[in-house]
Design a protein around this ligand. Structure first.
Ligand SMILES: NC(=O)c1ccc[n+]([C@@H]2O[C@H](COP(=O)([O-])OP(=O)(O)OC[C@H]3O[C@@H](n4cnc5c(N)ncnc54)[C@H](OP(=O)(O)O)[C@@H]3O)[C@@H](O)[C@H]2O)c1
Length: 249
């Protein structure tokens, strides 16, 4: 029997990379999607192969629907199936609401929110052929709380969480479960773009009830749970993995 295939958007670096490697450990063949970091994508793929699984590297800007469709066409050729979609890739312009321009809004929404809809549409066509599947998106606390400069990304993540609920209902009859994992601050490359990075890190260390910052492995563990049989009756939810930080906001 063919191995199961997981598509992880934005898996060249950071949390996506950690998810891809863990799913490879669990026995999945992996689609390593990236936009710009070719060397990093190659490295992720190399590590997946060292774990004994196949890796297909696809450069595709998930903010563009035609690139998403091309990516899935490549997946058809290489693997011929899709069982899991992890909607992880994200980007965004960090500015106060009043300074956001139309291009900033569109860029952020296209990559963070629109990508879920159109990746899901393509993934579902393939999941139906194998009798079902699972979709998990990665969100952040900015969807429900105020974070400085985070306006566009926060709103884009709120859309992801809402779309997760709609998809969960509409895809349930196809045996496809849809959920999200929302994380507190995690020290990946993404934080380097924050003008207030040092402040964010200090806050996360000092004000997380669990006593440490969230790490990529914490998000990976929640994703793995949502992909497991134990999570069968969890649908359309966003699980917050923040060590309790948001309880104090
Ligand atoms: N770090 C945090 O504090 C934090 C907290 C909560 C939630 N999250 C969420 O976790 C997810 C991963 O974040 P991260 O911290 O790992 O970010 P990161 O280190 O900046 O990595 C982002 C990944 O997304 C890819 N990507 C960016 N734009 C893309 C596009 N248009 N098309 C395809 N791939 C694209 C990047 O690939 P290239 O380098 O090739 O462009 C990279 O692999 C995001 O959804 C983020 O919102 C992060």
């Amino acid at each position: 029997m063919d191995k199961k295939v997981a598509v992880v958007t934005g898996s060249s670096r950071g949390i996506g990379r950690a998810i891809a490697l863990r799913l490879a450990q669990e026995g999945f063949d992996i689609v390593v999607n990236y936009a710009r970091s070719k060397e990093a994508a190659l490295q992720t793929a190399k590590e997946i192969e060292a774990l004994g699984q196949k890796a297909l590297i696809v450069k595709a800007n998930v903010g563009k629907v035609e690139k998403i469709r091309e990516m899935f066409a490549q997946i058809d050729e290489a693997f011929g199936r899709v069982d899991v979609l992890i909607n992880n890739a994200a980007s965004g312009v960090l500015r106060p609401a009043i300074d956001l321009e139309e291009s900033h809004w569109d860029w952020t929404m296209d990559i963070n929110s629109k990508a879920l809809l159109f990746c899901a549409q393509e993934a579902v066509k393939r999941m139906e052929k194998v009798g079902g599947g699972k979709i998990v998106s990665i969100s952040s606390l900015g969807s429900i709380r105020y974070l400085e400069n985070y306006t566009a990304v926060g709103v884009s993540k709120a859309a992801v969480e809402s779309l997760t609920r709609y998809l969960a209902v509409e895809l349930a009859s196809k045996n496809i479960s849809v959920n999200a994992v929302s994380g507190g601050a995690i020290d990946t490359d993404a934080l380097k773009h924050f003008p207030n990075r040092d402040e964010l890190l200090a806050d996360a260390v000092a004000k997380t009830p669990a006593g440490r910052m969230v790490e990529p492995k914490d998000i990976v563990n929640a994703v793995l749970f949502l992909l497991s049989e134990q999570a069968e009756m969890i649908r359309g939810q966003t699980i917050i993995v923040d060590g309790g930080r948001s309880l104090l906001m």
